[in-house]
Design a protein around this ligand. Structure first.
Ligand SMILES: CC(C)(COP(=O)(O)OP(=O)(O)OC[C@H]1O[C@@H](n2cnc3c(N)ncnc32)[C@H](O)[C@@H]1OP(=O)(O)O)[C@@H](O)C(=O)NCCC(=O)NCCS
Length: 298
C-alpha cells in the first residue's frame, strides 16, 4: 500500500530534468527544461523519490533581494497524491527560506491553495491566466477589435525592446515588483527577443513586455506599464510576432486590460492566488503590474 511507502529527499539533479519535465506535462503545465534551470542555477529544487527511485514530487525556491523567497514548481505525480508529499516539501521550502530570513511567497493554483492555507499562507492579489489559441486554430478576430484601446493612446507604438536601455527596464521592473531581479530578466530577455518590446524614450520608459517560450504556449510577462492602454499597445506589438498559443497571467484588478485581451481572442483558463506566509501578500505596485512573469516566478 502506497501510504506506507517512504520517500527519499534530495536536491533535484540536472540529470533528472526529463523526469521533472514529465511531471510538468502530466499537470498540463507550460515549463521547459530552461525554466527548471532557472531554479537550479538561481535557487534550489527539492525532490522526493519513491522507493524504486522514481521522481515523485518537486518544489523549488527562488530568493529575491527584497527578502521575498518565491516557492513554486510544487508538483506531485498522480500516483503519489494525497499522501502529504506537497505539504512535506512546502515545509522544507519554508524552513530553508526562514533560515535565510526570507518571507515565503507564491502564486497558488486552487489545488495548491488548499495545501498552503493550513500551513498559514494568506491570500493576496487574484490573478487570471488568459490563453489565446494559435492563429490558424481560432476563429478570425474582427478587424475592428484587433486593437481598440479604450482611449486614444498618446504614446508612440511599442518598439523592439533592444531599443530601450536595459538598466531602465530593470528599474521599471524593480519599481513594480519591489526589487531588482536582473539575473531572471536577463534570461527572459534572451528567450523573448522576437517579441519583447517597450514604450517610451530613453530612461523615460512607460512600459515593457518580456516573456519566454513554453512547453505548450509562449508566455507574455512580465508586462509592466504606466497604464492599461500602454499595456494593450505592448501586447499588440508582441501578438503580431508570435504564431504559437499564448498565455498571459494578468492581475484581476485591470478590468479594461482584461476586456481588451478577451477582444483579441484570449479566454480565461484558470485563476491563481498570490499568497504569503507571515508577510504582506499585497506587496509591489499592482497598478503598474499588468501581468506577472508567471506563477512560478512572480
Ligand atoms: C496540488 C498538489 C501539489 C497537492 O499535492 P499532494 O501531495 O497531494 O498534497 P498533500 O497530500 O500534501 O495535501 C495536503 C492537504 O491539502 C488539501 N489538498 C491537496 N490536494 C487537494 C486537491 N486537489 N483539492 C482539494 N484539496 C486538496 C487536502 O486538505 C490535503 O489533506 P488530506 O489529503 O488529508 O485531505 C498536487 O495535486 C499536484 O501536483 N497538482 C497539480 C499541480 C499543482 O496544482 N500544484 C500546485 C501549484 S501552486
Amino acid at each position: 500500500m502506497g501510504s506506507t511507502e517512504s520517500f527519499g529527499e534530495s536536491a533535484l539533479a540536472a540529470s533528472e530534468l526529463d523526469a521533472a519535465c514529465a511531471l510538468v506535462a502530466e499537470a498540463g503545465w507550460n515549463q521547459t527544461a530552461a525554466d527548471w534551470r532557472i531554479f537550479l542555477d538561481l535557487g534550489a529544487v527539492f525532490a522526493l523519490h519513491s522507493s524504486d527511485g522514481r521522481l515523485a514530487a518537486t518544489a523549488a525556491t527562488l530568493p529575491y533581494p527584497s527578502g521575498l523567497g518565491w516557492i513554486s514548481m510544487v508538483l506531485v505525480g498522480g500516483t503519489w497524491r494525497r499522501r502529504g508529499l506537497a505539504t512535506r516539501l512546502l515545509e522544507r521550502c519554508i524552513e530553508q527560506l526562514h533560515a535565510q530570513g526570507m518571507v515565503p511567497v507564491l502564486d497558488a493554483t486552487p489545488a495548491g491553495r488548499a495545501v498552503y492555507r493550513p500551513l498559514g499562507f494568506r491570500d493576496g492579489w487574484p490573478i487570471q491566466r488568459w490563453r489565446r489559441a494559435a492563429p490558424d486554430s481560432r476563429a478570425a478576430v474582427p478587424a475592428a477589435t484587433r486593437f481598440a484601446p479604450t482611449t486614444a493612446p498618446r504614446a508612440a507604438p511599442a518598439a523592439p525592446l533592444r531599443a530601450a536601455p536595459w538598466p531602465a527596464v530593470l528599474a521599471l521592473d524593480a519599481a513594480a515588483f519591489g526589487c531588482n531581479r536582473a539575473p531572471l530578466l536577463d534570461r527572459l530577455r534572451q528567450r523573448s527577443g522576437a517579441f519583447a518590446c517597450s514604450i517610451g524614450q530613453g530612461e523615460r520608459l512607460r512600459g515593457f513586455l518580456l516573456g519566454r517560450d513554453g512547453r505548450a504556449a509562449t508566455q507574455f510577462g512580465p508586462i509592466v506599464a504606466d497604464d492599461e492602454d500602454t499595456a494593450c499597445l505592448l501586447v499588440a506589438h508582441a501578438l503580431a510576432r508570435v504564431a504559437t498559443p499564448i498565455v498571459v497571467d494578468a492581475l484581476e484588478r485591470h478590468e479594461r486590460f482584461a476586456a481588451w485581451l478577451a477582444a483579441q481572442g484570449f479566454e480565461r483558463e484558470r485563476p491563481y492566488t498570490r499568497m504569503a506566509l507571515g508577510g504582506d501578500p499585497l506587496f509591489g505596485d499592482a497598478a503598474r503590474t499588468l501581468a506577472i512573469a508567471g506563477p512560478e516566478l512572480g
